[in-house]
Design a protein around this ligand. Sequence first.
Ligand code: FES
Ligand code: FES
Length: 133
Amino acid sequence: MLYSEKVLDHFSNPRNVGELSDANGVGEVGNAVCGDIMKMYLKIENGMIQDVKFKTFGCGAAIATSSMATELIKGKSLEDALKLSNQAVITALDGLPPAKIHCSVLAEQAVRAALADYYRRQGIDPEPIVGKL
Ligand code: FES
Ligand code: FES
């Protein structure tokens, strides 16, 4: 089997799909390898990710990794969300085929882009916190 049960589950029933009208951090990133696009909406309150939604125009692995990434950061602190790595998402999905690893980078970058947008809106330079995007 090329894909784990968890990948197939998150692809067939992605969690947290959609938009957040009251998001205060929004990030959109594109994958240079394949051209796929992911948009991440965060609602942040008291230093916590209260809510998160995403829209992905991309392959099954991109949809499954964005779905899992939202599950991993929902209800977490900003510090924890900043630490989210594509490797952590892959592990939570019980692995991805090697050719699909680049897809998981999109989810990590979309979360970081949304966090950077949040800091910018607070008048805080995001680069020292989030790093280069
Ligand atoms: Fe875009 Fe994978 S190349 S769907
Ligand atoms: Fe484009 Fe998966 S092939 S993100």
